[in-house]
Design a protein around this ligand. Structure first.
Ligand code: GDP
Ligand code: ZN
Length: 337
């Protein structure tokens, strides 16, 4: 069934994933969009009127659910795009505007290695801040646990479990945890993020050995130009399970965040935020800070708090560099998606 413009608006009000078309954009190559449908992958162009209605950078991206009209064998036209439930955005490289990387992302999976490379909690915290700021559920995958028989990395992640982040421990070598990870991925569109060398490609291969993986090669494949940083491909693990490895996410810095909002993105800080002596408390050195009191009382992990201070400083420098006004503008753009 085709969705007329009027019906699309009605769907927007409902916003339920179930009512979306099952067709999903899995690849973008120039003017062509490969759409996975129950009849296989259809190569599509976008209906002209749709192009005029939507902003160029937001036209159609991987993860979009679309209505397709078949016009020939394996060929179609995208007639309508379902409202996006969530869009992961980043700043375009050559212009200071938000750009959609992937639509309808269900969750972020941060992959870290128990060893080789060494566990970086600073990087994990940055990913978590980005995810929280975009209301994106996050799973932490600790891979290469075969290299950590004493469980040191597991212990280092205990504070994250305590504040409610699911942690799944895996090893591609011993295959421990792979089923558990699969259950977390199944039926969802997940973004895999994490430093290189932690085993992201190996994990995908463990699920789908026959896939010719292009992970890490996406940005080369799309070449130069304004869309270089846009994820251009989804990896399909089964009919309902998709992954995106965006070149963007690896470098998804904390943009469009003001330092004073950072505390909101620490879920374990939230219950203390109203209790600080100053309404605009930065939770650094202010007297009567409830967050710091909670750290001293052992209710908030001291390591997380120390890294909060470091990230706060980074954001301050960034706001200084870009100008606060610019950050405010980017924030507004982020909010309207
Ligand atoms: P990516 O850069 O995150 O995609 O990482 P790769 O999948 O390319 O893996 C980097 C290296 O780690 C490769 O040499 C893999 O064989 C190795 N590796 C991946 N997973 C595991 C694991 O669970 N245990 C061990 N010991 N090595 C692994
Ligand atoms: Zn405070």
């Amino acid at each position: 069934m085709r969705i007329s413009r009027g019906e699309l608006v009605a769907e927007e009000a409902e916003h339920t994933k179930e009512s979306w078309p099952e067709n999903i954009v899995v690849r973008v190559r120039g003017p062509f969009y490969d759409v996975w449908t129950s009849q296989g992958v259809i190569r599509c162009v976008v209906r002209g009127a749709l192009k005029r209605e939507r902003r160029r950078e937001d036209l159609v991206v991987v993860g979009d659910r679309v209505e397709v009209r078949i016009v020939g064998p394996g060929e179609g036209v995208i007639e309508a795009v379902a409202p996006r439930r969530r869009a992961l955005v980043r700043r375009a490289r050559d212009r200071e505007v938000a750009q959609v990387i992937v639509a309808n992302l269900d969750q972020l999976v941060v992959v870290l290695a128990a060893a080789q490379p060494e566990l970086s909690l600073g990087m994990l915290d940055r990913f978590l801040v980005v995810a929280e700021s975009q209301d994106l559920p996050t799973v932490i995958c600790l891979n290469k646990v075969d290299l950590d028989p004493e469980g040191r990395a597991r212990a280092a992640l205990a504070p994250y479990r305590a504040i409610g982040y699911p942690v799944v421990e895996t090893s591609v070598v011993t295959r421990v945890g792979l089923e558990e990870l699969w259950r977390m991925l199944e039926g969802k569109l997940s973004a895999l993020a994490g430093p290189s060398g932690v085993g992201k490609t190996s994990l995908v291969k463990a699920f789908r050995p026959e896939l010719e993986l292009r992970i890490g090669a996406v940005s080369e494949a799309t070449g130069r130009g304004r869309h270089t940083t846009t994820a251009s491909e989804l990896i399909q693990l089964d009919e309902r399970t998709f992954l995106v490895d965006t070149p963007g996410i690896g470098v998804l810095h904390l943009w469009a965040l003001l330092p004073e909002e950072l505390g909101q993105y620490y879920r374990e800080f939230r219950r203390y935020l109203g209790a600080c002596a100053y309404r605009d408390c930065r939770h650094l050195d202010e007297p009567g800070c409830a967050v710091r009191a909670a750290v001293e009382a052992g209710e908030i992990d001291a390591g997380r708090y120390e890294r909060y201070r470091a990230i706060y400083q980074d954001l301050e420098e960034e706001a200084e560099r870009q100008g606060r006004w610019e950050v405010e503008r980017l924030r507004r753009e982020r909010r309207t998606r």
